[in-house]
Unconditional design. Structure first.
Length: 103
């Protein structure tokens, strides 16, 4: 995932965002219905599910709601994790893509 559009999120976050979207779609929920179930706006759900630079980060409360609503375990949402907790898989890049401050 070295494509510039992925620079805002860690590989782990991108994976979880994709799984959240898949859970919603597999349950047959529209964006409006998914947002209603989570108690957020449709725009917020779009920002949560997007993996591009303008999307938002995930929080624990949202993940807990998703776990309950879609009756899935956190292990299923997060998937297999590397044993090395210092892996780049867990690191959120701090610089924006195409930022003027980048060399």
């Amino acid at each position: 995932m070295t494509h510039p559009q992925y620079t805002k999120f860690s590989p782990l976050t991108v994976l979880v965002k994709r799984k959240i979207r898949k859970l919603r779609i597999d349950a047959g929920h529209s964006m409006n219905e998914g947002a209603r179930l989570l108690g957020i706006s449709r725009k917020q759900l779009e920002d949560i599910e997007t993996i591009r630079n303008y999307g938002c980060h995930l929080d624990l409360e949202l993940l807990a709601k998703i776990k309950v609503i879609y009756r899935t375990s956190m292990d299923d949402i997060v998937g297999e994790l590397p044993d090395n907790y210092t892996s780049e898989y867990f690191e959120r890049p701090r610089k924006r893509a195409n930022s003027e401050s980048q060399p």
